[in-house]
Design a protein around this ligand. Structure first.
Ligand SMILES: [Mg+2]
Ligand SMILES: [Zn+2]
Length: 214
């Protein structure tokens, strides 16, 4: 599912922008899908439905500014089973997204979220869905809606399930070591770092993006 658009930008405007961007050098466009909790934000108690609890990871602001300035499309792809568990409603995800964008100082192009859980809560949110990471549904929806080539897109996440989702969708993957997670073994990531700024620099270089001001 897609975040309810915050009041400051309309769905119509987003679709118009998406249609325009589709006409411009489709093969050149790069999309970066960020996990939210534990990647862009500090994942304290988990299940964040209150905008007042949003706290950025060090370097998050610089990292997204670098990528935005280099012309990448920015997305959030987040599991929010707090909805299925009854901790907060879907509208809370939009409020948290608005606060996140305010703190980061950038507008994301879209926020994709999964409100489901296979065994917690009640229908319709209690569901074996195709969007809860490690399933690739959120990423595939973003690729389709923005006519992006998977091989030109990146997943940045702090858990193995993020990387698996990225791999299943055909994306390049970056593992962010946030200080409280364990790097998965195996071949799931193309790059690992404990710095979001280094992650952004690696993506910009790997994708051949021009840095702003260059
Ligand atoms: Mg996470
Ligand atoms: Zn789902």
């Amino acid at each position: 599912m897609r975040c309810p658009p915050p009041t400051h930008y309309s769905l119509l405007a987003t679709h118009y922008y998406s249609a325009i961007i589709r006409l411009v050098e489709p093969e050149a466009r790069v999309g970066v899908f960020f996990d939210r909790d534990g990647t862009l934000t500090v994942d304290g108690e988990g299940y964040v439905g209150d905008p007042a609890r949003v706290e950025l990871q060090p370097g998050a602001r610089e990292a997204v500014a670098l990528l935005k300035g280099a012309g990448a499309l920015l997305f959030v792809a987040t599991n929010q089973s707090g909805v299925a568990r009854g901790f907060y409603g879907e509208e809370a995800i939009g409020r948290v997204q608005a606060r996140l964008e305010e703190l980061l100082g950038v507008r994301f192009d879209a926020c994709y979220y999964c409100p489901h859980h296979p065994s917690e809560g009640q229908p319709p949110y209690r569901l074996e869905c195709r969007c809860r990471k490690p399933e690739p549904g959120l990423l595939e929806r973003g690729l389709a809606e923005w006519s992006l080539e998977a091989r030109r897109c990146y997943l940045v996440g702090d858990t193995e399930r993020d990387l698996v989702a990225g791999r299943r969708a055909g994306l390049r993957t970056v593992f962010f070591m946030n200080g409280s997670n364990v790097e998965p073994s195996g071949d799931l990531r193309d790059f690992s770092t404990d710095s979001l700024v280094v992650a952004a620099e690696w993506i910009a270089a790997d994708a051949g993006l021009e840095r702003a001001g260059n």
